[in-house]
Design a protein around this ligand. Structure first.
Ligand code: CTP
Length: 428
């Protein structure tokens, strides 16, 4: 079945287009039709010029993925239980491969049972019509759109429409996906979908989502360029507190959380912190301690994220302290005990651009600055060990932050001038 329309693949980067052709040829050689499917097809229809590569194979997805990885000089990580694989190569983004499948749900919220099926069935098991389209990659039909459920019409009408009445009950994470896509694209649920949404919410569908899946969805929401749009949809449906207990997006939340996502780019990722945690802290600013603990439990957050969340109530006070701070050492005193995510939340909560710039500079450089001299070096200079040595080191750290002691020699001179050693005898 095809309506014969062709999304414009020619705008794709040449290496991505070549990859799609190669995948289609390989599928033809193996007798397994291959399709570009889901999000990338939606995005192409919306005019995107670069998209993720998500492939569906009518046949053996993992086997196809291994063969394609061989052709591309990459490697495939296979998830046999789900009949899926991810291909990694040196120079292309990841390629996700699924075996075209039908899914059956044994109980609401559980993971589905998966069986091989053709592409038509594979599209029918998906969440929304706009995500249930495919583009043929087989050489004979390369570029042809498969849209049996009316995705193109719904894109044009800016509508998110489920494929069958039980969709939200089968997979309640789709409620969060609905909010996320509605927020991202500014689309609305079609009337029937809105009715089924309300029924599912009234039936407590969100409560059947496991903590780990819920956290995954919430973190995906925070990864959106404008996360507040999705949270606003949930709030509008009266569903926000079932997702993040105590969440209260204030007037400034949208601007702050979007800024936090942009700011995150300046520091290295994977350094043991998560931008979504900064978002959760901002979202929970007005929550009570008990509500924030409930959010930590509902989302099964790790200890570091819970510790960050527990400090959300101090955001206003610390933001005011940083606003009042002039020197880097004063900023340091105001935020040094906070985890990085909370410091980011403070940064984006500052209204004054100059204060923001100073805080940004602290996060970029000051935060990682340490004096060259340590306790041993100070003892070698004649200072006695003990609590006073700690105070000297902290004072030196602040002097260093304020640019008063740039080199090791300047540090030593600064310490000697500030903390005099009486006639060579150690200061005690
Ligand atoms: N899908 C679904 N139900 C879910 C999750 C996913 O039907 N609960 C289907 C949709 O067809 C979706 C595809 O699987 O398009 C891929 O999922 P995902 O990568 O999460 O969605 P994308 O649409 O690609 O989203 P994004 O643009 O955020 O990458």
């Amino acid at each position: 079945v095809s309506d014969g329309r062709r999304p414009d693949l020619s705008r794709l980067p040449p290496d991505v287009l070549a990859l799609l052709r190669r995948a289609g040829e390989l599928g033809a050689e193996r007798g397994e039709p291959v399709w570009l499917v889901g999000g990338p097809v939606r995005d192409l229809c919306l005019g995107a010029s670069n998209v993720d590569v998500d492939l569906a194979v009518e046949g053996d997805g993992p086997g196809f993925a291994r063969a394609l990885a061989g052709v591309l000089g990459g490697s495939a990580v296979v998830h046999d239980r789900f009949l899926t694989a991810t291909i990694r190569t040196a120079d292309l983004a990841e390629v996700d491969v699924v075996t075209a499948r039908a899914e059956t749900y044994e109980r609401p919220g559980a993971l589905p049972r998966v069986e091989r099926a053709d592409i038509g069935e594979d599209l029918r098991r998906r969440d929304f019509t706009v995500n249930a389209m495919a583009v043929a990659l087989a050489p004979a039909r390369f570029g042809e759109l498969l849209d049996p459920l009316g995705g193109v019409a719904d894109l044009a009408a800016e509508r998110l429409r489920i494929l069958h009445p039980r969709s939200f009950l089968d997979d309640p994470t789709r409620i969060l996906r609905l909010a996320r896509f509605a927020g991202r694209f500014g689309f609305d649920p079609d009337p029937e979908t809105a009715v089924r949404l309300r029924e599912a919410l009234a039936a407590g569908a969100l409560d059947t989502i496991s903590a780990d899946r819920l956290r995954h969805e919430v973190f995906l929401m925070f990864a959106e360029p404008e996360p507040a749009a999705g949270f606003a949809r949930l709030a509008g449906w009266g569903a926000l507190h079932a997702v993040v207990p105590g969440a209260r997006p204030g007037a400034a939340f949208a601007e702050q959380v979007a800024l936090a996502n942009r700011v995150v780019g300046f520091s290295e990722k994977g350094a043991g912190w998560d931008p979504a945690v900064a978002g959760l802290v901002l979202l929970s600013r007005g929550a009570s301690d008990a509500e924030r603990e409930a959010a930590g439990r509902r989302l099964n957050l790790g200890p570091a994220a819970r510790a960050a969340l527990a400090l959300a109530g101090r955001l206003d006070e610390r933001t005011a302290a940083v606003q009042a701070a002039g020197r880097p050492s004063e900023i340091h005193r105001a935020v040094r005990d906070l985890p990085y995510e909370v410091q980011i939340a403070v940064l984006v909560s500052l209204k004054d651009p100059e204060a923001r710039e100073r805080m940004m500079e602290y996060l970029r450089r000051g935060r990682g600055t340490r004096p060259a001299l340590d306790g041993n070096a100070l003892q070698a200079m004649g200072y006695a060990p003990g609590p006073r040595l700690g105070a000297i080191l902290e004072a030196l750290h602040e002097a260093k932050l304020d640019g008063l002691a740039e080199t090791p020699a300047a540090e030593a001179a600064w310490v000697r001038a500030r903390f005099r050693l009486p006639d060579g005898a150690p200061v005690s």
